[in-house]
Design a protein around this ligand. Sequence first.
Ligand SMILES: [Fe+2]
Length: 330
Amino acid sequence: MALHTQVFEPPEKSSSPFYQPIELDFIALDSICDHSLYLKLNGKYVLYRGAHTPFNSQDRDRLLQTKNKIIYIYCETERDLRHFYEQNLSNIIENKEIPVKKKAEVLYQCAKGIAHDIFENPENKESIGRSKIVVENTIRLLSQGTDAFLQIISLSSHDYYTYTHCVNVMAFSVGLLSSLGIKDQALLNEVGIGALLHDIGKAKVPHHVLNKPGPLNAEEWAVMKQHPALGFEMLFETPTPERSKSIVVQHHEKISGSGYPSGLKGESVPLISQVVSICDAYDAMTTTRVYKQGMSPFKAFGIITQEMKGAFDPNLISHFIKMLNLKDRK
Ligand SMILES: [Fe+2]
């Protein structure tokens, strides 16, 4: 793999410290970087700029003049590297010099890292707060054109993990809501946060139920069905926006009234919860689990439109199909 394509791929994935190559464009200008910056000279890493010192355009130009397009940051762990990308994410997304594909790659990796931390340690309110960074930047990237959406979707993991599933559902939901013509940034942000956190209640579901390699029995299913309410409870005392919390508790409601926990019907399921619900169902069907292969998008929509007929608004389904068809045309 060429040096410049390395994103979130430390040379050693163990706990050993490492120097990570970073393209100069990735470093926000005039901002205080928490990491020391190094140059590689004759095979040795030499300190260029200590941590917490501003990096400005003159520094950047000087480095470019000396043909240094890559700088290195020293990371004790992979977490340090993630912190660097999170800290510079807005700059990376806004920077016109960085190709959309690379922006999408950094964004998806940051989202995965944050979602992973949320599910590993759901009591940590700081991780929930970090979800805002990734949602805001997803919306920012999506506003840069359809290609951005396609790039994010093409990166979405096809192997099911609760945290990658949540990232996929977040990207689908914000994309679908935008494709419905909704431009209200606050609403898009809150839906993105709700979608990213929608399954947070699964952190409280016993492992033997959550990770059972096969269909659940009635008793296990009853436990599993508690996760929307458990998620709502977990977020109750956090500063999570109200609309995001309502998505968490309503993401399994269906307009047919067949959903849970409340069996809401028709318009009593808010549009934002319907959006997350259909994106959740689609991603769950198309990703691969330990015990089943993911379905093709075609087959998933066959189930959504036939076996699940009445569960989702037909208008929403057709917008979703239209949005994904763009990908197939690529
Ligand atoms: Fe769920």
